[in-house]
Design a protein around this ligand. Structure first.
Ligand code: NAP
Ligand code: MG
Length: 478
């Protein structure tokens, strides 16, 4: 699909240049997308502005906006097969994951459909003779930069929330993962979204993405991606005093105490690092275990890791390919550093023999005795690599958990309720799961980071406050 989607139409890019789209399962080109630039972003921003400021989108009653979001949710479910198959091929997601993502994006629009007419302000007691009220108003035009790891899910949570709050949107997906989002935009037009409410410009981050961050005529930017690019976005937006939401990376700890129910914990811990081949911002990529059960936990987690099979997405194995060759190089680079760092590889899964040689496959790996300040313990690998380390007691667990620059999600495993809550309060992160773990959890749960994991919240009702501005109106009635 070598077009952008602007004003409810497929629109050729102004340069005519295209980018090849690879299937991560075999490394082969199977499609092309338009290579967007600043002019394409400008066109999309103009279209969105016309819809937002007194245009058709802004004139809809919240109730009607909600109905459109609901229709889009239903259309996504009606095209579930088409969408998950696109996502599977484009992103190398195993069938189950691709299906879950297509279901989740529908659920986001369903959730936010119901929220459109519930975002209400307050009255404020003030001086006698005055009435004061607050309104949540849309920013106007919001920009959304989406990464490749969960394109449909992150589109749903970010764009769904922004549309529900009444904004018109300009979206720049990652160049590795555009196809499902272009299709969803078409569905939005088909179910009756007014022109300009939802626009998508494809292209490279440093071109179309940077143009979006720099663009005049955007009133808010939601960025999901790496901490490095998050800094660039925030700097660009600051020049025009445009607010941003930054949903960045993580190095989320799974903290296992000796009294934990290990039968319950171990499968969840393994899933939290292999889900989406470890390419998850909230992957549980550090395993912190109380010293007395450290070897036992390593053995149990290792046994599961060893049994894991990696292969093409369509085979729907435990783990699919990584998104592209340089991501595989990155993961292999971390693995190459293990022996000289004093850490040890405890277990690795295997790549199926008939996997295409040109696919981007990485073996799930459990590494033990990783020192707290090693790159493996501090940096995002963004692959199925779990770094384990022991801790002495609760205070030590908190110290290690908080020893990275990130703070996105944490998991705590203990049968001691008081300790679970103490840990939840002491760990610096946006979400904490006690005796369970979800990569961000359900649609209803506010999500976002602290420290270099970013700021602002998406998901849940909370997202609507970020996608709105509060206006205070003071009336003197005497
Ligand atoms: P990335 O390089 O930061 O890219 C994210 C998005 O930004 C892509 O659409 C990318 O476009 C675009 N981009 C790149 N350079 C840009 C620039 N100079 N100006 C504007 N946009 C630019 O991140 P990634 O490696 O694709 O994604 C993985 C990262 O995202 C990880 O750090 C992960 O933890 C984080 N992430 C966070 C969350 C969360 O909710 N907190 C969720 C998912 C992922 P191109 O790809 O087309 O270059
Ligand atoms: Mg792709």
């Amino acid at each position: 699909m070598t077009t952008h989607f602007i004003n409810n139409q497929r629109v050729a890019g102004s340069s005519g240049d295209t980018i090849a789209v690879l299937d991560p399962s075999d490394g082969q080109t199977f499609a092309h997308i338009a290579r967007g630039n600043a002019e394409d972003i400008r066109r999309a921003a103009v279209a969105a502005r016309a819809a937002a400021d007194g245009g058709a989108w802004s004139r809809l009653a919240p109730l009607e906006r909600g109905r459109l979001l609901h229709k889009l949710s239903e259309a996504i479910l009606a095209h579930h097969d088409e969408l998950w198959q696109l996502e599977m091929r484009d992103c190398g997601k195993p069938v189950k994951q691709a299906k879950a993502d297509a279901t989740a994006v529908a659920r986001y629009f369903e959730y936010y459909a119901g929220a459109c007419d519930k975002l209400h302000g307050e009255t404020i007691p003030y001086t006698p003779g005055y009435a004061v009220m607050t309104f949540y108003e849309p920013h106007g035009v919001t920009g959304h930069i989406i990464p490749w790891n969960y394109p449909m899910q992150i589109f749903g949570r970010s764009v769904g929330g922004a549309l529900a709050a009444g904004n018109a949107c300009v979206v720049k997906p990652a160049e590795d993962a555009c196809l499902s989002l272009l299709r969803i935009a078409e569905l939005a037009a088909e179910v009756g979204f007014p022109e300009g409410a939802l626009n998508i410009v494809t292209g490279y981050g440093h071109e179309a993405g940077q143009a979006l961050a720099d663009a005049a005529g955007l009133d808010h930017i939601s960025f999901t991606g790496s901490a490095r690019v998050g800094t660039i976005i925030a700097q660009s937006a600051a020049k025009r005093h445009v607010p941003v939401t930054l949903e960045l990376g993580g190095k989320s700890p799974q903290i296992v105490f000796a009294d934990a129910n290990l039968d319950e914990a171990v499968p969840v811990i393994v899933n939290a690092i292999i889900q989406n081949a470890g390419q998850t911002c909230s992957a549980g990529s550090r395993l912190l275990v109380e010293a007395s059960v450290y070897e036992r936990v390593l053995a149990a987690v290792g046994e599961r890791i060893r049994a894991l099979k990696v292969g093409p997405a369509a085979m729907d194995l435990d783990v699919g390919p990584l998104i592209r060759a340089n991501q595989l190089d990155r993961v292999n680079g971390f693995l190459a550093s293990v022996s000289e760092s004093g850490a040890r590889v405890v277990a690795q899964g295997s790549i199926v023999v008939n996997a295409p040689a040109a696919g981007f496959f990485a073996k799930p790996t459990l590494i033990a005795d990783v020192s707290v300040d090693a790159p493996l313990a501090c940096d995002e690998v963004f692959g199925p690599v779990l770094a384990a380390m022991p801790f002495k007691d609760e205070a030590d667990a908190v110290r290690i958990a908080n020893a990275t620059e990130y703070g996105l999600v944490a998991g705590v495993w203990t049968e001691n309720g008081g300790r679970g809550l103490r840990m939840a309060r002491a760990v610096k992160s946006g979400q904490v799961f006690i005796n369970n773990y979800g990569a961000g959890g359900g649609v209803e749960l506010p999500f976002g980071g602290v420290k270099s994991s970013g700021y602002g919240r998406e998901k849940g009702f909370e997202a609507l406050y970020g996608f709105s501005v509060m206006k205070t109106v003071v009336v003197k009635h005497g």
